[in-house]
Design a protein around this ligand. Structure first.
Ligand code: DX5
Ligand code: ZN
Length: 230
C-alpha cells in the first residue's frame, strides 16, 4: 500500500503571502502542493497559471507540485507548466479532444500524468489508458470552487477505481479532491484513496497569528488515516 499523501490546495491560502503559506504548510507535515488552475471557461472561476508555479519554485519550494488543470483547451498550456516546475499534471477528459495524446504529452514533457473525474463523469475514459496515467483524481465536488460539501456517492466510485488500479498492477495514485476534512478522511481512505487534497479544512480553519496553526490539523488527519482499516 502506498504512503498517504496530504495535498493542501493553495486555492484556500492567502495569495498575498503565498510563498510563506506554502512553506508553513509543508513545515507542518504536508506532502505535496495541490495547484488549482481555473480559466473562467471550463469552470466558472479564474485562478493561477505557470508564472505562479515558477515563482513558488524560485521561492525554494522543493515538494512535488500537483497541477490540477481545469482549463479548456488543455494541450497548449502543458509545456509551460512543465517548464514552471510541475511534478504532476492532471486534466479532465472533457477538456481534451485527444485524451491519449494529452497524456503522452504530459509524460513527454517529463511530468507525471493524470485524469480527473467530475462527480458525473464515467470511469470508462480509463479503459484504454491505465498504462498512461500516474494519478487518477476523483472530484468529490463539482470543480470551480473551494469550500463545498463532499458528495457521498464518491466513496463508491473510489472503491471502483481502487479495484481497477489493483487489477491493473500499475503504480497509480488515487487522489480525492473536494470537501475533505478531519471527520471524513478515514472513510475516504477506507474506500481506497491514498492522496488527499484539502483546501478550506487546512488553510481556512486556522488562526493567522499562530505559527504552528497547520500542525494540529495535519496531525489530526494523520491520526484518522492511521485508524483506517486498509
Ligand atoms: C475545486 C478544487 C479543489 C478545492 C478543494 O475545484 O479542485 O482543489 O480547492 O477545496 P476544499 O478542500 O475547500 O473543498
Ligand atoms: Zn483541485
Amino acid at each position: 500500500m502506498s504512503k498517504n499523501l496530504i495535498a493542501p490546495s493553495i486555492l484556500a491560502a492567502n495569495f498575498a503571502r503565498l510563498g510563506e503559506e506554502v512553506d508553513n504548510i509543508l513545515a507542518s507535515g504536508a506532502d505535496i502542493v495541490h495547484f488549482d488552475v481555473m480559466d473562467n471557461h471550463y469552470v466558472p472561476n479564474l485562478t493561477i497559471g505557470p508564472l505562479v508555479c515558477e515563482a513558488l519554485r524560485k521561492h525554494g519550494v522543493s515538494a512535488p507540485v500537483d497541477v490540477h488543470l481545469m482549463v479548456k483547451p488543455v494541450d497548449r498550456i502543458i509545456p509551460d507548466f512543465a517548464k514552471a516546475g510541475a511534478t504532476y499534471i492532471t486534466f479532465h477528459p472533457e477538456s481534451s479532444e485527444h485524451i491519449d495524446r494529452t497524456l503522452q504529452l504530459i509524460r513527454n514533457e517529463g511530468c507525471k500524468s493524470g485524469l480527473v473525474f467530475n462527480p458525473a463523469t464515467p470511469l470508462s475514459y480509463l479503459e484504454y489508458v491505465m498504462d498512461k496515467v500516474d494519478m487518477i483524481l476523483l472530484m468529490s465536488v463539482n470543480p470551480g470552487f473551494g469550500g463545498q460539501q463532499f458528495i457521498p456517492a464518491t466513496l463508491n466510485k473510489l472503491r471502483q477505481v481502487r479495484r481497477m488500479i489493483d487489477e491493473s498492477g500499475q503504480e497509480i495514485r488515487l487522489e480525492i479532491d473536494g470537501g475533505v476534512k478531519v471527520d471524513n478522511i478515514r472513510k475516504i481512505k477506507e474506500a481506497g484513496a491514498d492522496t488527499f487534497v484539502a483546501g478550506s479544512a487546512l488553510f481556512g480553519a486556522a488562526r493567522e497569528d499562530d505559527p504552528n496553526r497547520y500542525d494540529s490539523i495535519i496531525q489530526a488527519m494523520r491520526d484518522e488515516l492511521a485508524k483506517a482499516d486498509r
